[in-house]
Design a protein around this ligand. Structure first.
Ligand SMILES: [Zn+2]
Length: 115
């Protein structure tokens, strides 16, 4: 974000809100806030919260796959099967085995489109 028009705009507003603070300090404040809310950091925090609610093991994932015959839980395809959180982690779902299902890429993308 450094030197982007968005950063300049935030800096301009901060100068008005916090008169007397040097730009270097306002810039550091912007960087701190941006890093605290970065998508990667938010994903990491959500996964940690989900794992505190429940955590599946590789053996449990293999058992879930076996239960579904290695196929997508929605359409029955056996192409490009991925682990899906039934209640998405971003919506407060856990990482436990009871919240995991196998989905093909197509169904996983459709699910997100319908959420
Ligand atoms: Zn599918």
């Amino acid at each position: 974000m450094s030197d982007s028009p968005e950063r300049e705009e935030v800096l301009r507003k901060l100068r008005v809100l916090l008169p007397g603070f040097p730009d270097i300090r306002l810039g550091i404040a912007i960087d701190l806030i941006v890093s605290a809310f970065s998508p990667a950091r938010i994903r990491k925090q959500r996964l940690r919260a989900a794992q505190e609610k429940g955590r599946h093991t590789p053996a449990e994932w293999r058992a879930i796959l076996r239960k579904h015959g290695g196929k997508c839980a929605y359409c029955g395809s056996n192409q490009d099967i991925h682990k899906d959180h039934i209640i998405p982690i971003s919506r407060g779902g856990s990482d436990g085995a009871d919240n995991i299902q196998p989905l093909c890429v197509h169904c996983n993308c459709s699910k997100w489109a319908n959420l």
